[in-house]
Design a protein around this ligand. Structure first.
Ligand code: RP5
Length: 164
């Protein structure tokens, strides 16, 4: 059975198609670890009903974790977290005007009560959100734990001892 035929356990959402250049790194990392996932554009302000429907049905559809990327006044991760008990990992997308500092502060400064696990701005955050989601799922999935350990070992093995 291919990855796409499995029921998704991670949902990657983003505020705009323009976020895909960043969020595709979360998609690629989850694919490398064979974590069944889905990808959708869900804007908190342009498509609020789509957000309500997505976050409101996430548990019953079998999702375990949501990765939400957005830029600028980035309220998508916090709004999604307000509508589901699932862990939400927020990825601040780098914005043109403020280089993602606006995105970062919008996502990280959640008032107490509704948490969003906030990652780094940009590609590093997208990759790490996927790795963190995999690590969380691996606590109850031995096969995934083995794949994650192998991924980390491969990364370690690629680090040269000298610069050239
Ligand atoms: C946010 O506004 C999106 O997450 C995106 O990062 C930013 C800009 O969106 P576009 O104008 O490129 O669609 O909602």
């Amino acid at each position: 059975m291919s990855l796409s035929e499995h029921r998704p356990v991670v949902g990657i959402i983003m505020g705009s198609t323009s976020d895909w250049e960043t969020m595709r790194h979360a998609d690629e990392t989850l694919s490398a670890l064979q974590v069944p996932h889905e990808v959708k554009v869900v804007s908190a302000h342009r498509t609020p009903q789509r957000l309500y429907d997505y976050a409101g049905s996430a548990v019953q559809r079998g999702l375990k974790i949501i990765i939400a990327g957005a830029g600028g006044a980035a309220h998508l991760p916090g709004m999604a977290a307000s509508m589901t008990r699932l862990p939400v990992l927020g990825v601040p997308v780098e914005s043109k005007a403020l280089k993602g500092m606006d995105s970062l502060l919008s996502i990280v400064q959640m008032p107490a009560g509704i948490p969003v696990g906030t990652l780094a701005i940009g590609k590093a955050g997208a990759v790490n959100a996927a790795l963190l989601a995999a690590a969380m799922l691996a606590t109850s999935d031995e096969a995934l734990a083995a794949r994650l350990e192998a991924w980390r070992k491969a990364q370690t093995d690629q680090v040269a001892e000298q610069p050239e």
